[in-house]
Design a protein around this ligand. Structure first.
Ligand SMILES: [Zn+2]
Length: 289
C-alpha cells in the first residue's frame, strides 16, 4: 500500500470511529438520565430511608412508651362492726359516761378486781395464758365507780399543789394520767390495768418489760387493745400506758393493733365525710388613702 493510500485509510477509520464514540457517550448520558428519572420516581412513590427513620421517630414520640402497671396492694376492708355497740363506746373528756353510769353486771376476774361480765371470760383467758407463758401477772385495777375516780383525781391534784404547782398546773398534769371523774374508761368496766406485781412503780413498764411486750403482741387475741399507745398522746390526751388494756371485740382489736391505730383513729374510719364547704373568700381590705 502506498503512503497516501494509508493516510487516506486512517482518516477514513477516524471518520468512522468518531460517531461510535459519540453514540457511546450519548447512550451513557441517556442511561444516566433514565436512572436519575427512575430514582426520582421511586422517591416520589415511596419516602426515602431518612424520611422513614424520621417517621418512626415521630411515631415513637406520639405513642407513649408502655409504663409498668403497679400491682395493686389490697386494702384490707374495715371490719363489719357496729361502732355504736357497747364494746366500742368511746370514753374520754369529750365523751363522758356521767356520774350515774355503771356496767350492767360485774364479775371478779383476779386480785379482787372486777370488769363488765361480758368481758370477764376473755380477761380470765388472757391472765391464764400470760402465766403459762411465764409472766408474773397482777390485776392492778379494773372497774372503778364514779366516787373512786373522783377520789383518785383529787388526790393527784392535791399532791401536785402540795409540791408547789398552781391548781391549773396540777389539773393539767393530772389529766395526762388520770381521767376526770365520769370520763374514765375504768368506770365502763371494759378495761384493765395489768402489771407484774402490786408495786406501783410504772417506769419499768414504760421501758418495756417482758409482760408489756407480751400484752402488746397478744392482747388482740382476747379482743383487747393497748388503749393509750406510745405515739398517740396528741390524739388520746393520755400518756403511754402499756398496762391499760381496753376490750373492743376481736375484729376491731385485730384491726387496731394490726394497723397501729388508737381507738379514736379506728372510730374515725367509720365517720361519713362531711359535705365539702365552699370557702368564702376573705375580702381584701382596701388601704385607706
Ligand atoms: Zn387504766
Amino acid at each position: 500500500m502506498s503512503a497516501p493510500a494509508t493516510r487516506s485509510k486512517r482518516r477514513s477509520r477516524r471518520r468512522r470511529r468518531t460517531p461510535v464514540a459519540f453514540r457511546l457517550l450519548g447512550m451513557l448520558l441517556a442511561l444516566g438520565l433514565v436512572v436519575t428519572v427512575l430514582v426520582l420516581l421511586v422517591r416520589m412513590i415511596s419516602p426515602g430511608a431518612e424520611e422513614r427513620v424520621e417517621q418512626v421517630t415521630q411515631s415513637n414520640l406520639l405513642t407513649p412508651a408502655p409504663t409498668a402497671v403497679p400491682t395493686p396492694i389490697p386494702t384490707p376492708a374495715l371490719p363489719a362492726v357496729d361502732v355504736t355497740s357497747w364494746e366500742l363506746r368511746l370514753v374520754d373528756l369529750d365523751h363522758p359516761l356521767g356520774a350515774d353510769f355503771a356496767p350492767p353486771m360485774l364479775t371478779v376476774v383476779a386480785d379482787n378486781e372486777m370488769v363488765d361480765s361480758r368481758v370477764a371470760p376473755e380477761l380470765e383467758r388472757l391472765f391464764a395464758d400470760a402465766r403459762n407463758a411465764g409472766y408474773p401477772i397482777y390485776f392492778c385495777s379494773g372497774y372503778r365507780d364514779y366516787d373512786t375516780q373522783y377520789s383518785i383525781y383529787w388526790n393527784h391534784i392535791n399532791n401536785y399543789t402540795a409540791q408547789g404547782m398552781t391548781e391549773e398546773e396540777a389539773r393539767a398534769a393530772t389529766l395526762l394520767a388520770v381521767q376526770y371523774p365520769g370520763c374514765s374508761e375504768h368506770q365502763s368496766g371494759l378495761c384493765a390495768d395489768i402489771l407484774e406485781s402490786p408495786d406501783q412503780d410504772m417506769e419499768p413498764y414504760i421501758g418495756g418489760s417482758g409482760l408489756m411486750l407480751w400484752l402488746e403482741q397478744h392482747c388482740a387475741e382476747y379482743g383487747c387493745v393497748i388503749r393509750y399507745p406510745k405515739d398517740k398522746t396528741d390524739i388520746t390526751g393520755i400518756e403511754y400506758e402499756p398496762w391499760h388494756l381496753r376490750y373492743v371485740g376481736h375484729e376491731a382489736a385485730e384491726y387496731i393493733m394490726g394497723h397501729g391505730l388508737c381507738l379514736e383513729e379506728f372510730l374515725a374510719l367509720y365517720e361519713t365525710p362531711a359535705p365539702a364547704v365552699t370557702p368564702v373568700p376573705t375580702p381584701v381590705p382596701t388601704p385607706a388613702g
